[in-house]
Design a protein around this ligand. Structure first.
Ligand SMILES: Nc1ncnc2c1ncn2[C@@H]1O[C@H](COP(=O)(O)OP(=O)(O)OP(=O)(O)O)[C@@H](O)[C@H]1O
Length: 530
């Protein structure tokens, strides 16, 4: 938490000072009560009116200042939230392909929404409340001391009691917060999973399954929430009981002092109100301390592995690729199944290669190894003489690009889907060229919006946009995995020819239905097995 507050140290400082001013005004209203009450006891109408007017003005000043401070604090809190979400994004941007895929989209979503939401309400906002409560305690104690010095040791003693006892309750709260974070992630995950399958269930007339699956996930989530609230309520109740005990102690002490004539009778209402404000603040202070401590694992979770700066792909140099991409003695086993055993292949720069073989033989797996997505193989893959495993993903993606048959399209414009948010005024010409190569003839204007994952496009149109994405920023090596499978034979041939006629492009294409007319244009057709 400290790190994020430090990033906003100026605004945090102003907010703290503002909190102190507000507390001062608020405590002032309680102190002024003494003068109005004394005016009543001495039957002085003029004094009563004056002190009441002053009291009203202080209340007015407090409410006005409080309003602006609350707005200022919310703006500050939201800046911190953006900063924390930024950390999660940096962590994702800095992860390797395998690291990213260790978690599901639902789990990431839960970090951005639930974990950060929990940090907002239970760490950042509570931190500011804690400051306000701490200041209230200090000012109110000073105000009470003005009535009688005996109040100081009494308040100190009771404060220690109120702060020590609940701090022992941090551990169950930390564990409850962790469990709730896992529950949030599991729920988001299942909801994303089921909603993504809406079309499948709809077409099978099984939409009731969507209801059942989400209901069952919601029930599990509800149980987690109840368990969390139980722990939270136990902690809050204990703190509230302590607060009541302490207030009664101060009330007894005030009454004794008043009977002994050590404080004026008019002070009773003020001291009662000040004592209530002290112990309410102390109770919220100790509650907040427990809640803030409980969010520490969430801070650790969101920032684990995040670099301070966004890794810059722009600055990464492209690896040298003059001669060949070589597979040397490659063996790979997954889930106990041997996919490759001592495989050797050479793909010369500018060469055109087709990979064929029966379904499940390992064609896509080979492309994923060559592309750097899979790294846990034995043997070597070299780009010229450099081992692929010594290169970062940022370097590799400078030299090659994977065109998958399963296309993902963002819910954004065609232009942004193709150029991946490059400046449009600079990219207009390249965009047209990419559309022409990928035979994208269905786009009316580049700003046309694509619905969630291309629902308003046909399978073939989606594939053509994925191909246009490649042609927009072509790399020396194209891994095309059934990239034209959803296109009609004629369009597929026209697009494939664009790859084949570029002498600089190294094409490694996986295909189930190799076009016989184009077969001769490939340097080699590699059959991985029938
Ligand atoms: N993550 C994984 N975990 C376990 N097994 C996997 C995983 N990914 C792929 N496999 C297995 O590896 C084998 C090769 O898969 P791959 O996708 O490379 O086949 P393919 O030749 O491209 O098949 P197709 O032509 O059907 O697309 C398959 O038997 C598949 O079940």
């Amino acid at each position: 938490m400290k790190t994020y507050l430090k990033h906003e140290r100026g605004r945090t400082g102003i907010n703290i000072i503002w909190i102190v001013v507000n507390v001062l005004l608020y405590t002032g209203t309680s102190v002024l009560l003494t003068f109005t009450t004394n005016a009543i006891f001495s039957r002085d109408m003029r004094a009563l009116l004056v002190w009441s007017a002053i009291n009203f003005s202080v209340w007015g000043a407090f409410l006005l200042s409080n309003y602006f401070q609350v707005v200022f604090q919310e703006k500050l809190t939201q800046r911190i939230m953006v900063d924390i979400r930024d950390t999660i994004s940096r962590k994702i941007v800095g992860s390797s392909y395998a690291q990213y895929h260790n978690k599901t989209t639902g789990e990431y979503l839960s970090e951005y929404v639930n974990d950060v939401g929990n940090i907002e309400s239970n760490a950042i906002k509570k931190f500011f409340t804690l400051l306000s409560d701490g200041t209230t305690v200090v000012f109110s104690t000073v105000a009470l001391a003005a009535y009688h010095l005996l109040f100081i040791p009494a308040i100190l003693l009771l404060s220690v009691l109120m702060l020590r006892v609940p701090s022992r309750l941090s551990r169950p709260m930390i564990s409850a917060t962790k469990t709730m974070s896992e529950g949030n992630a599991a729920f988001s995950n299942q909801v994303t999973n089921v909603l993504n399958g809406f079309d499948v269930l709809f077409n099978a007339s099984k939409l009731d399954k969507l209801h059942d699956l989400i209901k069952s996930a919601a029930k599990k989530y509800a149980a987690v929430k109840v368990a969390y609230t139980k722990t939270n309520a136990r902690v809050s109740n204990l703190i509230a009981a302590l607060s009541i005990f302490c207030q009664v102690m101060v009330d007894i002490m005030t009454s004794i002092l008043a009977i002994l004539g050590a404080i004026p009778l008019g002070a009773i209402s003020s001291t009662g109100s000040i004592a209530a404000s002290i112990f309410n603040s102390l109770s919220s202070l100790s509650n907040d301390t427990v809640q803030i401590k409980a969010t520490y694992p969430l801070f650790d979770k969101v920032s684990a592995g995040a670099s301070k700066k966004l890794p810059s792909a722009e600055k990464t140099p492209a690896p040298v690729f003059h001669y060949a991409l070589r597979v040397v003695d490659l063996s790979y086993t997954i889930g106990g199944k041997k996919i490759f055993s001592h495989l050797n292949l050479t793909f010369a720069r500018g060469g055109k290669y087709a990979i064929i073989g029966r379904s499940g033989v390992g064609k896509s797996t080979l492309l994923k190894i060559l592309d750097g997505q899979i790294t846990n193989y034995t043997g070597h893959v070299y780009i010229d003489n450099k081992d692929l495993r010594t290169m970062s993903m940022a370097e590799l993606t400078k030299v090659s690009q994977y065109v998958d048959q399963n296309v993902y399209l963002f819910n954004d414009s065609v232009a942004n889907n193709t150029s991946l948010w490059e400046n449009q005024s600079q990219s207009k010409h390249r965009l047209q060229e990419a559309f022409s190569k990928a035979k994208v003839d269905f786009v009316k204007f580049p700003d046309q919006i694509i619905q969630e994952n291309g629902q308003n496009l046909s399978g073939g149109q989606k594939q053509r946009l994925a191909l246009a994405r490649f042609f927009y920023a072509p790399k020396p090596i194209a891994f095309v995995d059934e990239g034209t499978s959803a296109l009609d034979a004629k369009t597929a041939r026209l697009v494939t020819e664009e790859f084949l006629k570029d002498p600089d492009m190294t094409l490694i294409e996986v295909s189930h239905h190799l076009d016989h007319e184009l077969r001769g244009a490939y340097d080699q057709v590699i059959d991985l097995g029938a």
